[in-house]
Design a protein around this ligand. Structure first.
Ligand SMILES: Cc1cc2nc3c(=O)[nH]c(=O)nc-3n(C[C@H](O)[C@H](O)[C@H](O)COP(=O)(O)OP(=O)(O)OC[C@H]3O[C@@H](n4cnc5c(N)ncnc54)[C@H](O)[C@@H]3O)c2cc1C
Length: 548
């Protein structure tokens, strides 16, 4: 006899856990099926060196920002261990001994720091911050909006499109122009309009290329910068980027704990092979070991190619949708390097191995726009970057749970290697790439190389084969313009529903993803619950899942 639940969630990444928590809260008997030995997906803390289990790294994702206050509050995540240390400034040191620090919320100190490089840029910075804040007011709430089916003539869809247009009736000509610029320009061109100093532009370009298979001169990278810079998504002010105590895996654990408290069952080592379909409806799943589990509602949070092409099956999908998913772009050329350090980097520009403010934020390797672009051009030309770009952080500056007293963990999010490195392990070349990355930091902090106790290099092949991130893309799909909002993951299906009745979709490949924001999982659960409410009428409408 197949086991039966009200709802099955495929994938125990943070989105799957959020979906499960909301479904269980609504009364659904819910099970999460996670393929790996642990939950968390890309939000994971792991002890990766068997010889040194006392060091714990946030192996893939490394900083928090976009988790909405609504989810934190609904799931009472603080009580379940969600605790964020706000990050310090962006920091970039230069080989000639100078450095730049950029503060998220301290105009006076930005003025002082930037004036060393350009008086004009120091004066421009508060205006830039205000400009971005104005755009965040428009774009932020959109992250919590279910995209309408633009172009559909069905009355319900037309109503959705009109509702969205009406909500934005207050926008003026200038704001629409600014949003258009943001959505279409390259981060390089946009920054050229505002700033003059290469150092300032390099520092501000970082967010435009994170996780992106595009250099800073590519149209659309201005939006990527905005996605990573929005600090308020419309339901309360979010902090700046911050470190979760215990690493990113502790975010997943907090959500998992909330899901369990609401009654969800979580199974690990339970890879799903297929979604069961009968009469055009999802009715359950088959595990890789052949076990069947049945439910009225199935929520998938896997990469779209796995979720639809492999698990639903091409033969069960409408032609247009199948073609859209086949064309889904999922490249990135990211390499994550995790390090255990005997001491903090001693920068020529800001000497000392004692903990200082510049160790507490992001410790960048993005000295100029040209440097970042060169790294991309190397990879696009088929070779790993000679001098890679890096967004580095040292979470142990705050979080003492990650490493023994006096030692540190440093996480380097680096780019780029060629986009097809997901197809082969490229182990030796990745090690050589990591050596070069470390050399770049060593040029700025000469104790860096000798301070490394252990290192862990995760490239696109491992991202795909161990974590299910097809193509090595960190967001289950590129944040390119044709894959945003009503197009994410496919036109007509951006409302967290799919062409298969009873099957919902809540991975980072839906609107508001990627990032550790939980919005896709939350929205997928909301869609499922709303649909159940319209099926189960009367008294039960307040309790959409009748116990099966
Ligand atoms: C290197 C890297 C750095 C990043 N840095 C940041 C950052 O600093 N901040 C940020 O906000 N975001 C960051 N991201 C992005 C963010 O981590 C992801 O967008 C997000 O974690 C994805 O969550 P998810 O739940 O949608 O998917 P996933 O986390 O991918 O979860 C999917 C789950 O499904 C499981 N699974 C796969 N196949 C099966 C199967 N057949 N059966 C059952 N289970 C299966 C997987 O094991 C996984 O646990 C980063 C990502 C990476 C890779």
């Amino acid at each position: 006899m197949a086991a039966t639940y009200d709802a099955i969630v495929i994938g125990g990444g943070h989105n799957g856990l959020v979906a499960a928590a909301y479904l269980a809260r609504s009364g659904a008997r819910t099970v999460v099926l996670e393929g790996r030995y642990k939950t968390g997906g890309a939000a994971t803390t792991e002890a990766v060196w068997p010889e040194a289990p006392e060091f714990k790294v946030t192996r893939l994702s490394y900083v928090m920002s976009l988790l909405p206050p609504t989810i934190i509050k609904d799931l009472d995540l603080d009580r379940h261990g969600y605790k964020i240390y706000p990050m310090g400034p962006y920091y970039q040191a230069f080989p000639d001994g100078g450095s730049i620090k950029l503060y998220a919320d301290d105009a006076e100190r930005n003025q002082e720091s930037l004036s060393k490089w350009s008086k004009k840029d120091a004066d421009a910075m508060p205006k830039w911050d205000a400009w971005l804040a104005g755009l965040a007011d428009v774009l932020g709430p959109l992250l919590l909006t279910v995209p309408p089916v633009i172009g559909s003539h069905k009355p319900r869809d037309l109503a959705g499109t009109l509702k969205l247009a009406w909500r934005h009736r207050g926008l003026d000509v200038r704001t629409i122009a600014d949003v258009t610029r943001l959505m279409t320009m390259s981060i390089a061109d946009l920054l050229d309009d505002w700033f003059e100093s290469p150092q300032v532009k390099g520092a501000l370009a970082v967010n435009g290329v994170i996780g992106t298979w595009a250099g800073p001169y590519a149209p659309g990278t201005a939006y990527v910068m905005a996605h990573h810079s929005i600090g308020d998504i419309g339901d309360g002010h979010l902090g700046n980027w911050g470190f979760q105590e215990g690493g990113m895996g502790a975010v997943s654990s907090a959500i998992e704990s909330a899901a369990r408290e609401n009654g969800a069952e979580i199974r690990v080592n339970a890879p799903v092979a297929r979604v069961l379909i009968a009469g055009g409806k999802a009715v359950g799943v088959v595990l890789a070991n052949g076990d069947e589990i049945r439910a009225k509602v199935v929520v998938s949070t896997l990469h779209p190619k796995t979720a639809f092409l492999d698990q639903v099956g091409r033969e069960n999908l409408p032609d247009d949708f199948r073609a859209d998913i086949e064309r889904w772009k999922s490249r990135s050329g990211v390499v994550k390097i995790n390090l255990a350090l005997a001491e903090l980097p001693d920068f020529i520009a800001d000497p000392g191995t004692q903990l200082q403010e510049h160790h507490t934020g992001s410790v960048e390797m993005a000295p100029t726009m040209e440097y970042i672009d060169r790294a991309f051009l190397d990879a696009r030309g088929g070779k790993p970057a000679i001098r890679p770009f890096s967004d580095g952080v040292i979470p142990s500056a705050f979080d003492k749970t990650l490493s023994p007293e006096g030692t540190h963990i440093m996480s380097l999010f680096t780019q780029w290697v060629p986009s097809d490195w997901n197809e082969e392990p490229h182990t030796a070349e990745l090690e050589a790439y990591a050596d070069r990355m470390i050399d770049c930091y060593n040029d700025l902090a000469p104790n860096f190389k000798s301070s490394i106790l252990h290192r862990d290099v995760v490239g696109p092949y491992q991202l795909e084969h161990e974590y299910g991130l097809i193509g090595g893309n960190i967001f289950h799909g590129e944040l390119s313009l044709e894959q945003l909002f009503h197009m994410r993951p496919a036109p007509g299906f951006a409302d967290y529903r799919t062409p298969i009745s009873g099957l919902y979709y809540g991975s980072s490949a839906t609107h508001a993803g990627g990032g550790v924001c939980g919005i896709p999982g939350w929205q997928a659960a909301r869609s499922a619950i709303a649909d159940r409410k319209s099926v189960v009428r009367g008294v039960a409408a307040r309790k959409p899942f009748r116990r099966s």
